[in-house]
Design a protein around this ligand. Sequence first.
Ligand SMILES: NC(=O)c1ccc[n+]([C@@H]2O[C@H](COP(=O)([O-])OP(=O)(O)OC[C@H]3O[C@@H](n4cnc5c(N)ncnc54)[C@H](OP(=O)(O)O)[C@@H]3O)[C@@H](O)[C@H]2O)c1
Length: 276
Amino acid sequence: MNQYKNMNNLSKLFTNLLTVTLFVGLMFNDQLRSESEPYTPTTMITGANRGIGLEFTKQYLQKGWKVIATCRTPDRADELNNLKKNYPDHLSIMQLDVTDHNRIDELALQLSGIPVDVLLNNAGISGGSSNQIFGTMDYKVYEDVLAVNTIGPLKMAEAFYPHVKGSQLKKIITVSSSEGSIETAFKRGGGRLFFYRSSKTALNMLMVNLALQLKSRGIAVGMVNPGATDTDFMTGLPFPMRKPEVAVADMIRNIENITVENTAAYINYNGKPVPW
Ligand SMILES: NC(=O)c1ccc[n+]([C@@H]2O[C@H](COP(=O)([O-])OP(=O)(O)OC[C@H]3O[C@@H](n4cnc5c(N)ncnc54)[C@H](OP(=O)(O)O)[C@@H]3O)[C@@H](O)[C@H]2O)c1
């Protein structure tokens, strides 16, 4: 009887030892796998089909990142579709109009579980200078400008918060503009671009609020300014402009420097803070 009891105990001990060995082995295997496969960060970019958004897409892909490039009409995004041929595994092209909140929620659900290291709110419109002249303001255009430049980035941050939270770098970045700076407006003089300027000022305040709210959750929020850059946005303006390649390289460097420690940073292309 005693002999039978001892054998039973021995068999239990053996089973326990086997379980522990398997468990440690699995852990070690996981560790080995994560050490041998470096983490590939992901950025999700709005308005990625042309201008600054397209250049962000190219440069992040060249850095080896995964890019979720969103745009209003993927069928007509020829340059993005060509890029896809060179980066079939790293580039995804998704339809997204940042004023369509149902679509934003739908896409967030579709991509649930996918980490987004840098959520990059880039899409923006000026509203056209002739629509925002005192005396003949087109208020429908003002609504459109606010919907794209101001409300869109907040809605994107809300919808993709879980994706950012689940990533390693955890950053929500928005392309703002020095035109949103009240102090700079005084220096530049002249009242102009009422809609565009105020949309970026309001955007900055939204992002400061978001930064304050998300700091304790380990998420960094920041704004970057490209400087006057040669895209469709600036067509016909009579002053020297920076090449998109240069403006975007500067912004990527500045985004790297945005962390929870300096969250709410509003950084000019030269790395210096833009005055509020
Ligand atoms: N260029 C500059 O000098 C300058 C200076 C300071 C700040 N910025 C900012 O930089 C950002 C990019 O400007 P950019 O120069 O690249 O302008 P751009 O060449 O005119 O490109 C604007 C992008 O935004 C997209 N977009 C517009 N409305 C949208 C919507 N409702 N939903 C989704 N995407 C939409 C456009 O898509 P579609 O092709 O479908 O229209 C396009 O991809 C903007 O936020 C702008 O305010 C630019």
